[in-house]
Design a protein around this ligand. Structure first.
Ligand SMILES: O[C@H]1[C@H](O)[C@@H](O)[C@H](O)[C@@H](O)[C@H]1O
Length: 584
């Protein structure tokens, strides 16, 4: 594929930091013919920051690579183009993202077209909420255990298990004639969604070359938002088809079958094989992933993974799980990572986006749009397009910056929607919304426009950044840490899905949107004070940043430095790659 992954270990980058690390250039040249181990050491020294750089903020940064796959990652990443094998694994794992998106997306149109197909009566708001929220509840339940299950049974088997749940859930729904069968089908489908939402990013982050881990993870988010878009598209197409919603649910079996079939022929991640003591398979997968890398380096990579694996204390599984939970809460940098990880996932949900995702059809009908599905497509299309924008900017502009552009933008859009809803004047007659000014008004248009603006700001920042959660945690607590964060996401989704329509009724749409606006505003403050800039940083650098505080300024200074180095590395790519090949 020819994508070269930049890494900052060249001669020029050494000379760039030589004022900080001593005479690294001379170190580099004197090591030209030395052993691989020594060469690696020199390369690592080149990005250590030992002495005080120019400013006070930078003074606080003490970066020393720790044992988190640094040695071999440096060598592998620098010489390696992105192999078709890694691309295949990423795309197959991302089908879970698609399932997440499709299964949470189709319900909006299905709720409208179900009509009286269940129990021969129109669903009440409460029943609509239960059908919608059942998937979030299922996802919440499994996301709590998915991290541990992935360690016990393997990532691949968990994904295949999620496929099974998708199939059972879909069959129950397609054949449903009662509200309860539909709700149970949605719950079981939710079990699959929860597993997939945690395992897919974890799987990708374990097979991805370190330096493009972030972007590969966003591919999962792209599939996710793409899945929602496809669900809306199909929903609109099947809107007037008799029992069209059953076809809509049935279609979800296609990606499930594709993923299951592909997984039958693909391996698990090297890390899982190492955990199981299957070093042979770990080596084989690494060889297929890094075809340009020598066997010696692959072997050392496996050795490193073995060392990392042993660093989790405990004689048996329950003891290791317990120790990991303890470590997650007692180590200050882990606790801060947890606050950020869970905080961002909570913000993602409590600022109300999914209420639009799940109920946009209902909302747009309420403000007078006949073809509400078409408007929903525009909203989820905006979500998809701006996730693409996030894909390109997440490493370049930085996670913190896009978050701090997105959240105030969302606040503004929600305030406008709240005002527009106020003037539109919606009353509730029992469970049915009645618009005071009949037909479709200019306030209705304002609402649609600002919901689209809201979608754009959401997707750019908070819709995407929280799924980078694995970079917050060090290796030994990553599984459980991401489980907590994912469970927070689903808990938030559950609360919103099960209360949104009731909120519309009880505190009016204007009040509901004002409430979300207030939460977005508070979230902006949280991110401003607690979310450091992590783009371009090594995983161990993230730990150093979080060691004695959130260290926003220090993180920004370091991220800036890393960006400058990455920008320069393109000029140095061939020189540096050649140097490493020769040395090895
Ligand atoms: O990141 C995703 C994405 O933003 C989706 O549009 C949303 O429905 C999910 O809840 C969220 O986790």
């Amino acid at each position: 594929m020819g994508i070269h992954i930049p890494y900052v270990t060249s001669k020029a980058s050494r000379s760039n930091t030589s004022d900080e690390v001593g005479d690294a250039d001379s170190l580099g040249s004197s090591n030209q013919r030395e052993s691989p181990a020594k060469t690696t050491k020199v390369m690592l020294e080149s990005h250590e920051i030992q002495r005080a750089p120019a400013s006070d903020d930078e003074d606080r940064i003490q970066i020393k690579p720790v044992n988190d796959e640094d040695d071999t990652s440096v060598m592998i990443t620098f010489n390696q183009s992105l192999s078709p094998f890694i691309i295949t694994l990423t795309f197959v794992a991302s089908i879970s993202g698609f399932m997440f998106g499709y299964d949470t997306g189709y319900i909006s149109s299905a709720l409208i077209s179900i009509g009286t197909d269940l129990d021969n009566k129109v669903l009440t708001y409460g029943e609509k909420e239960i059908v919608t929220a059942a998937t979030s509840l299922g996802a919440l339940i499994t996301s709590i255990f998915a991290g541990t299950a992935a360690d016990l049974f393997g990532r691949k088997r968990c994904l295949m298990g999620s496929n099974l749940m998708f199939v059972i859930g879909a069959i129950l729904q397609v054949s449903a004639h009662t509200f309860w069968q539909m709700a149970v089908g949605r719950l079981i489908m939710g079990f699959g969604v929860g597993i997939g939402s945690l395992i897919a990013p974890l799987f990708i982050s374990e097979i991805a070359p370190k330096m493009i881990r972030g972007r590969l993870t966003v591919i999962n988010s792209l599939w996710l938002t793409g899945g929602q878009l496809v669900a809306y598209g199909c929903g609109a197409g099947l809107n007037h088809v008799n029992n069209g919603w059953r076809i809509l649910v049935g279609l979800s079996l296609v990606p499930t079958a594709v993923q299951f079939t592909c997984l039958c022929f693909l391996p698990d991640t090297p890390r899982y094989y190492v955990m199981k003591g299957d070093l042979h398979n770990a080596t084989e997968v690494l060889k297929r992933s890094y075809t340009d890398t020598s066997e010696e380096i692959i072997e050392r990579k496996v050795e490193e993974l073995v060392t990392l694996n042993q660093s989790i204390p405990g004689k048996n599984v329950p003891e290791r799980v317990w120790n990991t939970i303890k470590e997650l809460h007692t180590v200050p940098s882990n606790l801060r990572a947890l606050i950020i990880g869970c905080g961002l996932q909570a913000i993602q949900q409590f600022t109300g986006w999914n209420s639009l995702m799940y109920f946009s059809g209902t909302i747009f009908e309420t403000v007078g749009f006949k073809n509400s599905s078409a408007v929903s497509i525009i909203v989820s299309g905006t979500n998809f397009i701006f996730t693409l924008v996030a894909f390109f900017s997440i490493d370049k502009i930085g996670r913190r910056t896009i978050l701090l552009i997105g959240l105030p933008g969302m606040t503004m859009a929600l305030v406008v929607c709240s005002i527009a809803f106020h003037y539109l004047g919606i009353k509730f007659d029992g469970a049915v919304a009645v618009v005071v000014s009949s037909g479709f008004s200019s306030w209705g248009i304002v609402i649609i426009i600002f919901i689209i603006v809201f979608a754009a700001f959401y997707a750019l920042g908070i819709g995407t950044v929280p799924w980078q959660q694995s970079e917050l945690f060090p290796q030994n607590v990553r599984g459980i840490g991401t489980s907590y964060a994912t469970a927070t996401n689903w808990a938030g989704s559950l609360v919103i899905a099960s209360t949104f329509l009731t909120m519309l009724q009880n505190i009016t749409p204007a009040g509901t949107f004002a409430f979300f606006a207030a939460l977005s505003c508070v979230s902006t403050i949280f991110c401003y004070f607690c979310y450091p800039e992590l783009s371009g940083l090594e995983l161990e650098e993230v730990q150093t940043i979080l060691k004695d505080g959130f260290n926003i300024k220090a993180s920004q200074a370091l991220a800036k430095k890393r960006r400058q180095q990455v920008a320069r590395v393109h000029e140095l790519k061939y020189e540096a790659t050649q140097e490493i090949i020769e040395d090895i």
